[in-house]
Design a protein around this ligand. Structure first.
Ligand code: ATP
Ligand code: MG
Length: 443
């Protein structure tokens, strides 16, 4: 097929798109980077061309490297964020390009710059500083989460109010931070307020501030609230369902008119903030029960973003294991690795506490397992309790455990095909295992 653009024009487009572009081949060798990428990363084409990412990882220059390496390993698209050694934060979307034999030929990485200014020093009150969000990175290769991130990047640029929903530990706070960093407000503060963590009698003053003499024990000069401190930036209201009813209407006022009174104040305060709210409870049913204001709910629910629980996006688990293993190996100065069998097994666990539980589990395994290879035999497997029956061999214990998992899977997924997909085994092996189970039950 004839290209419709001349190579010269293509090069101009390549260098002038908003995103950084970084292309490697199937061995992780850099083929091309565009000018935007050079500006974002501070690395030049000349420094990178022909060099293998595997070598650069060794030198600690990973940036988009790990995304490409994850794509090569899992043969799937990956989205991840990175902090570079020069203090920048980049979001990388890596996509594989396959050849006629279904082998990876290239990986095309598209990069967004999520770097923010360090505003913590501009904010003087300690309480306010404590509400600034901390640093962490994300990685995902499940279609569901990549769709969530794509939607988030699209709406980040707008000023729409967002409502993030999902179980505890699915990554709502992390996503809120990413959205702020991808928005035009990124040079202004991002202030996080957990409505469940602040006592009910303090939350109004904390959020809206107060005037001198507003109540006993208050600072005589008055104090700005977190909404004022976030001026120009983003406010992330976590566990919004716990915001007391009377403050729900005050918040509605802020959303509608961008103004409010401090506690005890007579002068309207003007604020320009973008609101991101999150809840792990179903706000719609709280509205139905009369425990959450309907008008506020509709005002918040302009763009709903739902983060699925980890058990519904098990594709993410191997990549997350790799990411957290790397993170905690660095932290604890170790070189541990999870065996492939154990990774397969962790993929099937229920992970009720979602990514937080997986992360804690990995750190614990890294700290407590002797030796460098963490296997089914030496790792603490969640769900398999500490009390071991005396008279069972490891083989019997694992068989027992497998039986429980199979029964659960049969109940949940029904067909051997779906069970096989969920448990990461072949359909033949799922069918055989279930057959054995039936024979055992009826014998
Ligand atoms: N995709 C991801 N990649 C890497 N780490 C992640 C990812 N998602 C979540 N995490 C990590 O998992 C932990 C839990 O995430 P987070 O605090 O954002 O969850 P949450 O939904 O806000 O939970 P809660 O409802 O309890 O506040 C954090 O340490 C976060 O950094
Ligand atoms: Mg949270």
């Amino acid at each position: 097929m004839q290209p419709r653009l001349s190579p010269k024009l293509l090069q101009i487009v390549f260098d002038n798109v908003y995103n950084g572009i970084y292309i490697v081949d199937s061995r992780g060798v850099t083929i091309a980077v565009n000018r935007t990428f050079e500006e974002m990363s501070g690395l030049t084409h000349a420094e990178l061309a022909g060099r293998s990412l595997y070598d650069m990882v060794g030198e600690g220059k990973t940036f988009s490297g790990s995304a490409s390496l994850l794509v090569i390993k899992h043969k799937k698209p990956v989205t991840a964020t990175y902090s570079t050694s020069t203090g920048r934060k980049l979001l990388v979307k890596g996509r594989p390009v396959f050849d006629a034999n279904d082998e990876i030929e290239y990986i095309i990485n598209t990069i967004w710059d999520l770097t923010v200014v360090q505003y913590s020093h501009q904010i003087d009150a300690d309480t306010a500083r404590a509400h600034l969000l901390s640093e962490e990175d994300l990685v995902t290769c499940s279609e569901q989460m990549m769709a969530v991130i794509d939607l988030s990047l699209r709406v980040a640029a707008t000023d729409s109010t967002l409502l993030l929903s999902g179980e505890s530990g699915v990554g709502k706070s992390l996503l809120a931070r990413t959205i702020h960093r991808a928005s035009q407000r990124k040079q202004q503060p991002l202030i996080q307020i957990n409505c469940a963590a602040i006592p009910e009698n303090l939350i109004e003053a904390e959020l809206f501030g107060y005037e001198g003499g507003a109540f006993t024990g208050a600072n005589s000069k008055g104090k700005a609230g977190l909404l004022e401190i976030a001026q120009g930036g983003t406010v992330f209201l976590d566990e919004i369902s716990e915001l007391p009813f009377h403050l729900q209407s005050k918040l509605l006022g802020v959303l509608q008119d961008k103004q409010f009174f401090r506690v005890g104040g007579r002068q309207l305060q003007q604020v320009d903030v973008r609101l991101i709210a999150a809840s792990n409870k179903d706000l719609a049913s709280l509205v139905a029960e009369g425990r959450f204001r309907e008008d506020l709910y509709y005002r918040l629910n302009v763009v709903p973003i739902h983060l699925p629980p980890l058990r519904e996006r098990r594709d993410d688990i191997p990549a997350l294991i790799e990411y957290f293993t790397d993170k905690y190996n660095r932290k604890h100065n170790s070189y541990k690795k999870f065996s492939n069998n154990l990774v397969q097994q962790l993929v099937t666990m229920p992970w009720k506490g979602n990514i937080r539980e997986l992360e804690n589990h990995i750190e614990r395994s890294i700290v407590t397992t002797p030796g460098d290879l963490i296997t089914q035999d030496n790792a603490m497997i969640p769900g398999l309790t500490q009390e071991l029956p005396d008279s069972m061999t490891l083989k019997q214990l694992l068989a027992e455990h497998e039986k429980k998992i199979l029964l659960k899977a049969r109940e949940k997924f029904g067909t051997t095909r779906r069970i096989a997909v969920a448990l990461g085994i072949s359909q033949a092996s799922a069918a055989r295992k279930l057959k054995n189970l039936r024979e055992e039950t009826y014998s």
